[in-house]
Ligand binder design. Structure first.
Ligand code: HAM
Length: 424
C-alpha cells in the first residue's frame, strides 16, 4: 500500500521529506495555545528543553522549510510518511501512535494548487480500491461570521474546534455567554449543516454569508477546477478542522463502506499560513494527510501481492567442505536477486531440510545446484507447488523464473488515472 501511494505521489511531482520524531513543544503551541499540550506527549529533556513527540507533520515541515528549503523553486512540493503521537482516548481506528502519509505545497494556495491536492488524494484512494466520499468547504465562511461577533481570536478557535468535534451544546453555551443572540446562533448552526450542490447558493439566499466574502469567490474558483479533474465532491460548509492554522479551503475524505465506525475520516487537509508565525515570510501553503492505519484497516490486498514470489537456491553438497557448488549457488542467487526475493542456505543443512524451509516460506521455486550438473553447466529447477522439475541451463532457468514473476507483477499494477465520474 505504501509503495503504491508513494509511486502515485511521485508521479504528481512530489518529493519525499523527513523530519525528526520530536520537536520543541513551542512549535505546536505557538498557533494553538497551551490547551493543545493536553493532547500531546510532551516532556523535558535532560537540559530542560520542553519537547513534544510530533502530533502531525505540517508544522515540522514548515519549520524545516524555513531552515533549509527557503531557496528551493516555488512551489515546493513535498510528501512525507511518518509516525505521529496524540494523547487521545484510544478506540477503533484511533491510536496514540499512528502513521500519516501527507503532502504539502509550499509557496502558493491558488485554486489550482488546492484542486491538485484534492485530486491527488482522491486518485490515491481510487487506486487503492477504497470507496470514499470527499467533502469540500472553506473555514473562512464560518470564521467571517464569528468575527462579526464579540469574540476574541482565541474564542473563535475554540468554537471552530467544538464545531469540528460536533459539540453543539458547548458551541451554544459559549456563544450565549458572549451575548450572541439565539437567532444568530441558529443561523450559524444552520450554516454548518449545509451540504450538497446548492449549499453555497442557499447560504447566500438566507443571508447566512455575504456575496462580497472572499471565501465565497475562492470556493467557487476551486470547485470549477475540481470539475476539470472530474472528481466527485460534496460541498460541506460545516467543515471546521481540528487544527487552528487553516485559513481557506478545507477538505475531508470519509470512508464510505461503513467499515471504520465513528473514526471514518481517512484524510484531512486545506490551505494554511504557518511560516510567518515561525519567523519567516508569509508563505501561503496547502496540504493534506492520510491516516495510514485507517487505510490499512480497510485496504484489501490484491491477490497477486499475496502470492509474492520467492525462490530458494539449494547447493547440493557432496560433503560439507564442497565449495564449488556454494560458489555457483551464490552466483545464481545474485542473478535472481536482481528481480525476485531469493534465499540461499546459511546453515549447511541437508537438501530435505532446505526444501522444508522453502516450503515454510511459500517459495515458488527451488534451484538445485549439484556437482554433476555443475560440470554440464545446468541446474535443476523445481516448481514447489506442482513438484515438477527439469534440467535447464542457468540462463534458461533465470529467464523462466523472470517470466513467471513478470506475469504476477502485471496483475498487481495499480491504476493511476482517476475515474471520471459525474459530480455528486
Ligand atoms: P488531521 O485531520 O488532524 O490533519 O489528521 C490527518 C488524518 O490522520 C486524519 O484524517 C486521520 O485519518 C488520521 N488520524 C488523526 N488522528 C489519528 C489517530 N489518533 N489515530 C489514527 N489516525 C489518526 C493533520 O494532521 C494535518 N496536518 C493535515 C494537513 C496537512 N493539513 C495541511 N497539510
Amino acid at each position: 500500500m505504501e509503495e503504491r501511494i508513494r509511486t502515485i505521489t511521485e508521479r504528481w511531482g512530489y518529493e519525499e521529506i523527513r523530519t525528526p520524531t520530536f520537536e520543541r513543544a513551542e512549535l505546536f503551541t505557538l498557533k494553538s495555545g497551551q490547551e493543545i499540550l493536553k493532547e500531546m506527549y510532551e516532556f523535558e529533556d535532560k537540559s530542560g528543553r520542553h519537547l513534544a513527540l510530533r502530533p502531525e507533520l505540517t508544522a515540522p515541515v514548515i519549520r524545516l522549510y524555513l531552515n533549509a528549503l527557503k531557496m528551493s523553486p516555488k512551489p515546493t512540493k513535498v510528501y512525507y510518511f511518518g509516525n505521529c503521537f496524540r494523547y487521545e482516548e484510544p478506540q477503533k481506528a484511533r491510536y496514540r501512535e499512528f502513521w500519516q502519509f501527507g503532502t504539502e505545497i509550499i509557496g502558493t494556495d491558488t485554486a489550482e494548487a488546492q484542486a491538485e491536492l484534492i485530486a491527488l488524494a482522491f486518485t490515491i484512494l481510487t487506486a487503492l480500491g477504497i470507496e470514499a466520499e470527499l467533502h469540500v468547504g472553506h473555514v473562512g465562511l464560518i470564521r467571517e461570521v464569528l468575527r462579526e461577533k464579540p469574540l476574541t481570536e482565541e474564542e473563535i478557535n475554540t468554537v471552530m474546534r467544538l464545531i469540528d468535534k460536533d459539540q453543539r451544546d458547548a458551541v451554544i453555551a459559549l456563544l450565549t455567554e458572549r451575548n450572541v443572540t439565539r437567532q444568530d446562533i441558529d443561523k450559524l448552526l444552520y450554516l454548518i449543516d449545509l451540504t450538497g450542490r446548492d449549499a453555497l447558493q442557499e447560504a447566500l439566499d438566507r443571508e447566512l454569508i455575504t456575496a462580497a466574502s472572499a471565501a465565497v469567490r475562492e470556493l467557487e474558483q476551486l470547485l470549477e477546477i475540481l470539475g476539470y479533474y472530474g472528481i466527485p465532491y460534496i460541498l460541506n460548509l460545516g467543515i471546521a478542522r481540528g487544527l487552528d492554522y487553516y485559513t481557506g479551503m478545507v477538505f475531508e475524505i470519509y470512508e464510505a463502506g461503513g467499515k471504520l465506525g465513528a473514526q471514518n475520516q481517512l484524510c484531512g487537509g486545506g490551505s494554511y499560513r504557518l511560516a510567518a508565525l515561525f519567523g519567516g515570510d508569509d508563505v501561503p501553503s496547502t496540504g493534506f494527510a492520510f491516516g495510514f492505519d485507517r487505510l490499512a484497516e480497510i485496504y484489501t490486498v490484491p491477490a497477486a501481492a499475496l502470492t509474492r514470489q520467492r525462490v530458494i537456491v539449494v547447493p547440493v553438497r557432496r560433503d560439507p567442505a564442497d565449495r564449488e557448488v556454494v560458489r555457483e549457488a551464490i552466483r545464481i542467487a545474485s542473478l535472481l536477486r536482481a528481480f525476485v526475493p531469493t534465499h540461499i542456505d546459511l546453515m549447511t543443512r541437508s537438501i530435505s531440510a532446505q526444501l522444508k524451509y522453502a516450503n515454510a516460506l511459500s517459495s515458488s521455486f527451488a534451484v538445485m545446484v549439484g556437482t554433476d550438473e555443475l560440470r554440464e553447466g545446468v541446474v535443476t529447477l523445481r516448481n514447489l507447488s506442482t513438484g515438477e522439475q527439469e534440467r535447464l541451463s542457468v540462463e534458461a532457468c533465470v529467464a523462466r523464473i523472470k517470466n513467471y514473476c513478470n506475469l504476477f507483477e502485471l496483475a498487481d499494477k495499480p491504476a493511476y488515472k482517476p475515474e471520471v465520474r459525474e459530480e455528486a
